[in-house]
Unconditional design. Structure first.
Length: 228
């Protein structure tokens, strides 16, 4: 194995409950920002790194996303019974993603600045890292009201704490998913194990980032795009 990521998992199965009525009849990744679906903003980032494989998981209103994504060359995996969350969904998609480390990307954010996936690829060091998370200083975010998810040391190793938020883009080794007994689980479980091994790292994003997981984020994201 080369340990070089060349596949991308786009998480598109969520219910989008924070969006309220906007997701009553459509999945959150199809909500438009500046005239384009959120997932198309995400796929623009993905296409720029030219991966060999792009996979998206579907659960809520999957037929709409299937019609939108199938012509774009995205391989689809269906969570037909229960939603598997990020960890379970990624594990279920591994036969399509392959054995190497993978990029994962959440489509409910807008990035203003360099492509986060390109930056992650340049900084990835599989000899030291089991995961490299793109994190954003709280002061550089829009639509976010918390204090952060992580704090980083001088080498980029991260622990739970304030200061940095996880922006929804990362490179991740997937072998550890097989050791988690739950069917449906968050990638936080895998991150915690990597942290215990001192192999959980972050890269600080130099641009700005907007959370579009709630209705107010749409206008904020459109303003961020207009400022570019």
């Amino acid at each position: 194995m080369t340990q070089s990521p060349d596949a991308v998992m786009v998480f598109a199965a969520g219910f989008g409950t924070r969006m309220g009525a906007l997701t009553k009849d459509r999945p959150k990744p199809l909500i438009e920002v500046s005239g384009r679906a959120l997932i198309d903003h995400a796929l623009e980032l993905v296409d720029a790194i030219n991966p060999q494989r792009i996979v998206a998981n579907l659960h809520y209103l999957p037929e709409q996303l299937e019609a939108h994504l199938a012509p774009k060359g995205v391989t689809l995996t269906y969570e037909t019974d229960d939603i598997l969350e990020t960890g379970g969904g990624l594990r279920a998609a591994l036969p399509m993603l392959g054995p190497e480390p993978v990029f994962t990307l959440n489509p409910d954010a807008i990035w203003s600045g360099p492509n986060p996936l390109t930056l992650l690829r340049k900084a990835w060091d599989p000899d030291r890292m089991d995961a490299l998370l793109m994190c954003v200083p709280v002061a550089q975010t829009l639509g976010y009201t918390g204090t952060g998810d992580f704090t980083a040391d001088a080498d980029g190793r991260i622990s739970r704490g304030p200061g940095l938020i996880y922006g929804g883009a990362q490179i991740l080794k997937t072998e550890g998913l097989m050791d988690i007994p739950q069917t449906s689980f968050s990638l936080n479980l895998l991150w915690d194990r990597m942290h215990s091994d001192n192999r959980l790292f972050s890269l600080t994003y130099p641009g700005r980032w907007c959370d579009v997981g709630h209705p107010e984020g749409i206008a904020l994201a459109e303003g961020l795009i207009a400022d570019v």
